[in-house]
Ligand binder design. Sequence first.
Ligand code: AMP
Ligand code: MG
Length: 543
Amino acid sequence: MTTVTALPSLDKLVFDNRFIRQLPADPDMHNHCRQVFGACFSFVSPKPTQAPQLVAYSKEMAHSLGLSEADCESSCFTQVMSGNRLLPDMQPYAMCYGGHQFGQWAGQLGDGRAINLGEVLADNGQHWTLQLKGAGLTPYSRMADGLAVLRSSVREFLCSEAMFHLGIPTTRALSLTLTGDTVMRDMFYNGDAKLEPGAIVCRAAPSFIRFGSFQIFTARGELNVLKQLADFTIRSDFPQLLPKSGQIEKATYICWFEEVCRLTAELIVHWQRVGFVHGVMNTDNMSILGITIDYGPYGWLDHYDPEWTPNTTDRTHRRYRYSQQPEIALWNLLQLANAIYPLINDAKPLQNALALYNATFEHGWQAMFAEKLGLKNWQPNSDAKLVQTLLTLLAEVETDMTLFFRLLAHVPVENQTLSNTDCLAPLSDAWYQPDSLSPDYRQRFADWIRLYSQRIRQDNESTESRQQRMNAVNPKYILRNYLSQMAIDKAEAGDFSLIEELLEVMRRPYDEQPDKQHFAAKRPEWARNKAGCSQLYSSQMRI
Ligand code: AMP
Ligand code: MG
């Protein structure tokens, strides 16, 4: 039985559980798998754990909640964040949602391995829903166990915080705990199951509502619940869109959808900027707030390969590859438009909003590439070709995307008579095999550098100021796939030091951090085809 106890160090958390107070609940209080109709959530308790142990926590996230480091290091924190204890005002629940998985309508999905504890009301008025991922079965667990293992939890914990520090909208991770229980997993889905350490990440976000949260009600014809959820979302998370009267009108829904389109476009521009590939952009994994959500088989581009997807389940069609993320986001928004259509009954404004997505993305992408290249602004006549030529060159031979843009700042652009060697030398560390570049490739690359240098000189900006601007958008440190895997290997052997160290490095991803240089190194050869480093198996919950 989960016990309710007042815990001194966490009793400063104030809860304001709007979601469950304002939206319809599933009346069935039993925890068994089922289709849940006419309700946004089901009450359910986290599964008590054997021997919870704190592995890591985010002091920045804790701070946003008003928790000190001492609070996070208390035993009650570990108990609560592993689902063993509830604070008096916590009312745990799992949310009902549906979604399109890999382009197919999948019906009801829901929080199958996530349990929300409640909404913390922070001092600044911000609500933070706390959610335990891997805390046991819920009515939405379908054929699975509701649990999570250490390796996927380390990845989610580190990446959430890395994205935050990179300035990319995301759900957050407050803590990572080991449960002390073991979980049976068939990592490669090849019949070779083994026991792995169970773990729980406590995630935090202003809202965990997804595109699929709306889709499920429209699909079922439960339009009154659809309206309640949309109104709730607008009032809670988009209050700036409410008309003076406070009454939500058709125009309010349209503004809201436009805002979701805009936020989503901005998010995808960020992903493309840093080479983040989500891996499972199903509509249930798209946040209504336009924040990155559900870190599963995500990955980071090492060498720039627009066709790359980290998700082996998606190997055949590569639906969720890097280059297709902008288009998939649009497809997902179209599904959301269909879902909220009954609130508006007019296709035109929804189509206009989708066009706004395209325009925002296009404009944002251009501005982002101008910044990455150190241009002061985007000049359509020259710069579209400049970027396209570069991207073709980068994709042609294995070039580390992150290192390339960081090193580009060091090309001596002021020199008007750059030799081929002058052009390539500052970038040599970005190539995976710098010695095997063909003479033709070297020539074409040097030609591009000369063109680029000329273009930079037009801006008349000091080198120092340009380099500073470039370094502010081109991270030196990203959560490289092999680094996470090294942290996982160590953690599975009981050593959490690399998790801590990566968390520390990722706090300042745009800074040089000379003593952390080795974390900026390109993928080592041993990691090229190693599971976890180059490819991941997503949960095969497509049933
Ligand atoms: P995902 O691919 O992680 O977005 O998950 C898709 C759906 O499968 C969601 O409804 C999840 O809650 C559910 N799911 C994934 N893994 C598990 C698990 N281990 N136990 C229960 N449900 C799961
Ligand atoms: Mg998901």
